[in-house]
Every structure is written in C-alpha cells, then in structure tokens.
Design a protein around this ligand. Structure first.
Ligand code: NAD
Length: 508
C-alpha cells in the first residue's frame, strides 16, 4: 500500500542548480534535433527547477523505430520471463536507493509535499516488484476436450510497441502503474511524461541502464502533447496506447487511434462521491473526506470532490469537516510537516476560483475558503481548503472535475436517492460509502457505477487490486492481473493429432 505519511524530520531547501534532461532513445541520450527546450517553474517557489529537451516529430520517429526493432528482434519479448523479472526487480531496488533525489524534483515540479512525493516514489518500487511476479506466473489455457484427434491451446503474447503517455499529477507513480506491467508482458515502449513534470521519468533512464534493460526496449521522448503525444497516438508502428490524463484529451487520443485501430487503455477524470449514512462512524468518515478532497490539493483523479450526506446529519457533518479542514497543514511543499502544497499553474488556479465564484453567484453557500492563499515567501499558487453546500446537481461545480481543494456537499434521504445522485455523472472512477450496516454497504457497492468502490475507507490501493474507470473515466484496467493482461494479445493454436482431418475436396 502507498505510504502517504513517509516523513523524515528535516525541512529541505531549494537546490542551487536546475536539473537538465535529454531524450532517451535506443539507449542513447539525445538533445532535440531542433535544439529546443522546455523549462519548468516550481509552482510553489516560482523559480526554474528543470530544463528538458522539447521533442518533435524527428524524436518520436526515432523512438518508435527503436521500440519496433527491439520488439521485432525479440531481444526482450523472446527471453525467459525470469530474465525480464530479474531486470524489473533490479529497477525496483534502484528506485528505493534514489527516493530522495527523485522525490525532491517531483515535489518541486508538481507542487506536492515532499513527504507525499517520497511515499509515491518509494511506493512505486512495489509496483515494479509485483509486475515482475506477474511476468513469471503468466499462463494460457489448454483445451483437451475437443475430441480424440484435436488439442488446442490459447497462448498470450505481448501486444507489441506501447505508447505510454502520463499526466503531471502523479508522474512517477502513474508511470509505474503502466511501464513495469508492459515490460513484464514483453512489450517495448515509447514514453512521454507531462511537459510540466518530465524529471523523474527522464531520470528513470539511468536506472533502466544500470538494471541491464536492453537498448531500445524503453524510449523516453520529452515534450508537449502536440506534437509528441499526438504523434505517439497516430504512428502506424505503435500497437497500443496506455494513456492517463483528462477526459477531453483521452477522447482525442481514442479518436486518433481509431484510424489505425490501435488498442487504447485510458485512465481519465473523475467526480467521485463519498456517501455518508447516518449510522456511520462520523469521525472516521470526516477524516476520510478531508483526506479525499485535499490530498494533492484535490488535483487527483480520485479526489472525493462530492460528498452525499444524509439530510439528518448534514449540518453536524459539515461542521466536523470544516473543523478538520482547518487543521490540515497547507504550505511549503519542502517542509516535512506540510500535507498540502501548491496548485500546478496560475491558469489552473484561476479555473478553480471561477468554479467557486460561479457557484456563489448561483446561490451556493461557502462554509470555508473560496479564495487563494498567501504562503509567506512563496508564489501565489496556493488555494484555501474550501467547503461549499447548497449546490444543485445541475451546477458545474457539482458535475465537472474542479481539480482543486474544493468539496461540494449534496444531501439525500434514502439509500436509493444516494445511489441515484452517485450515478448522476458522466464519470465512473471511484465511489465510497460510510455505514455500519453491511446491507447498505453491499447494496451501494453493487449499484454504484464506478471502477472502484471503497467501503468505510478512501483511496486504499494495492498493486494486486486492479484500478480503472467506467463511463467517461476511462477504458480498460491498470495494475493487478487485469492491468497486466491489457498488454497481452491472445492467440489460439489448434492442432490435429494423427492427421485425421477428412479432406475437404473429395474424390469425384
Ligand atoms: P492532460 O490530459 O492535459 O495531459 C495528460 C498527458 O497527455 C500529458 O502528457 C500531455 O502532454 C498529453 N497530451 C496532451 N494533448 C495530447 C494529445 N493531443 N495527444 C496525446 N497526448 C496529449 O492531463 P493532466 O492535466 O496532465 O492531468 C490531469 C488529468 O488526468 C485529470 O483529468 C485527472 O483526473 C486525470 N488523471 C486520471 C487518473 C486515473 O487514473 N484515472 C490519474 C491521474 C490523472
């Protein structure tokens, strides 16, 4: 399980130098042919922290060609799975040795607290180890019941070259939900991190080399969605796209990919509710609500941005949530006790604020927050913890992914009504229920339309338990056995024993 509370007891300081990154293609580190670079300003501190080569069509073509060669010549997919597992396990060990280095730059580029970044980077090693175990236990089926003269089997094969495109909000964690599973299956990859958070993906290249990954198996192209991501989704030598990001871009990816009928798996946005029944442990529920909405400043696909509270306890529960919200430590991501850091860009900060102002204009009540936040000596990209009630289900703030530290409160009277409100959304990523009554919990779990249902908890995750969305939250699954299987093709082999097949063309 991801340890979100990993702490060491000293604050960190801004590094004196910015880090620089090149593309990693066919085992070589390359600048862009154009010479262009992208620079990232830390959301929290407002200073440049990294500079990365900015890819173009030339680098995408080189990377896809390298991945294609590495797949077709079998240097990775035709070796024993045991050998692949050894490399993946070495990568896991190296990740653990590099947690501090990776966590610092991840915190600076994304704005997330250093303790959380350490938990994500360190926890990612477990995803690599689990994927290694799946490589070795993958099997198919045999059919020994088709008649005396027939034996058939279904074997699994790696799907081929996979484009992996990741978002900025959990850069190393989400990469690790995809890459080791694709590699365990025997695929080769072209990877593009978000232009906002390229560093830890680029830094992984060194670890792959140290672990003995053959050249061309993993290629990293740095740059923007247009042109790099778009070309990775349209290229005819790519067999599959594994995408995590917004629903809007996910739809574009699926549309472009349809021209070559590539397989697409996508992990997209969410508008995730927690339902609070009157018999719930309300202290535990309030704590989970506060965690669910402020974790990563709400810039989280799994953000529990909606709570659906029983009418009878709504006022008391809001009071509890507001009181707890005031205790959450917002501020400098480099301080070890900080729980919530900075907003990713000034534009996004503005977007969050607009959702709130529009809701107020439409009659919503603000119980807490609703404005930017001043953090001594840092940038202006911080937002107050915000709790809003008197929202209607038709308001944008109730329906759209705000992606900020903003909780909207809706109320219900019956479980049926709570389930109806839960499902009244285009999204279907996750949902939760708090109740001491097992019948309520099971009824909700069966009828809520979401890929993950949490009961009396929120955001517990494990490498073994698959994850993914229904409806417009995505297609396919990630992690767990199902996530691994996404990177496999299925082939049936039918064999006649003893040459007993009757001729089709008979003697005339
Ligand atoms: P985004 O969609 O803006 O970008 C995601 C990635 O796609 C980036 O690498 C970007 O450069 C690339 N991209 C942009 N345009 C592209 C195009 N035309 N073709 C191909 N690639 C393109 O998302 P973001 O702002 O980085 O991340 C936030 C979003 O991701 C939120 O909606 C969040 O809910 C979602 N998300 C979902 C999950 C999940 O598991 N369901 C996890 C994390 C984030």
């Amino acid at each position: 399980m991801l340890d979100l509370n990993l702490r060491v007891h000293s604050d960190l300081h801004l590094p004196s130098d910015i880090v620089t990154h090149k593309h990693f293609i066919d085992g070589q580190y390359l600048e862009s042919a154009s010479g262009e670079v992208t620079e990232r300003v830390a959301p929290s501190h407002g200073v440049f922290v990294s500079r990365a080569a900015k890819g173009t069509e030339a680098e995408v073509n080189l990377a896809v060609a390298a991945a294609r060669r590495a797949f077709d010549n079998g240097r990775w997919c035709r070796i024993a799975a045991k050998e692949r597992a050894i490399v993946l396990t070495k990568v896991a060990d190296l990740i653990e040795k590099n947690v501090e280095r990776f966590a610092l730059i991840e915190s600076l580029e994304s704005g997330k607290p250093i303790s959380q970044a350490r938990g994500e980077v360190g926890g990612a090693a477990e995803l690599w180890r689990f994927a290694a175990s799946l490589a070795r236990t993958s099997t198919g089926e045999t059919h020994n019941n088709l008649g005396d003269d027939i034996l058939a089997m279904t074997v699994k094969e790696p799907i081929g070259v996979v484009s992996i495109i990741t978002p900025w909000n959990f850069p190393f964690w989400i990469l690790s939900q995809k890459l080791p599973f694709a590699l365990a299956a025997g695929c080769t990859c072209v990877i593009k991190p978000s232009e906002f958070t390229p560093s830890t993906t680029a830094m992984l290249a060194d670890l792959l080399v140290q672990a003995g990954m053959p050249k061309g198996v993993c290629n990293i192209v740095l740059g923007h969605g247009d042109p790099v991501g778009a070309l990775m989704t349209s290229h005819s030598d790519v067999d599959m796209i594994s995408f995590t990001g917004s629903t809007a871009v996910g739809k574009k990816v699926a549309e472009v990919a349809s021209n070559t009928l590539k397989k697409v798996t996508s992990e997209l946005g969410g508008k995730n509710p927690q339902v609070i029944m009157p018999d719930a442990d309300l202290d535990a529920a309030a704590d989970a609500v506060v965690f669910g909405v402020y974790f990563n400043v709400g810039q989280c696909c799994n953000s529990s941005s909606r709570i659906i509270v029983h009418q009878d306890i709504a006022n008391a529960f809001i009071e509890k949530v507001v009181a707890l919200s005031k205790k959450v430590v917002f501020g400098n991501p480099l301080h070890v006790d900080t729980q919530v850091g900075a907003i990713v860009t000034p534009e996004h900060q503005q977007k969050i604020d607009t959702y709130i102002k529009d809701a107020i204009n439409q009659g919503a009540t603000v119980h807490l927050g609703g404005a930017g936040m001043h953090v001594e000596g840092l940038s202006k990209q911080f937002y107050q913890p915000t709790v809003i009630s008197n929202v209607r289900p038709d308001m944008a703030i109730s329906r759209e992914e705000v992606f900020g530290p903003v909780l909207t409160v809706l109320t219900f009277q019956t479980l049926d009504e709570a389930i109806q409100i839960t499902n009244d959304t285009e999204y279907g990523l996750s949902a939760g229920i708090w109740s001491e009554n097992i019948h309520n919990c099971l009824e909700f779990s069966r009828r809520a339309n979401a890929g993950t249902i949490w009961t009396n908890t929120w955001m517990d995750g494990f490498p073994e338990v698959t994850f993914g969305g229904m409806k417009q939250s995505g297609q396919g699954r990630e992690i767990g056995q199902y996530g691994f299987d996404e990177f496999l093709e299925i082939k049936s082999m039918v064999m006649r024993i003893g040459k007993t097949r009757a001729p089709w063309v008979g003697d005339t």
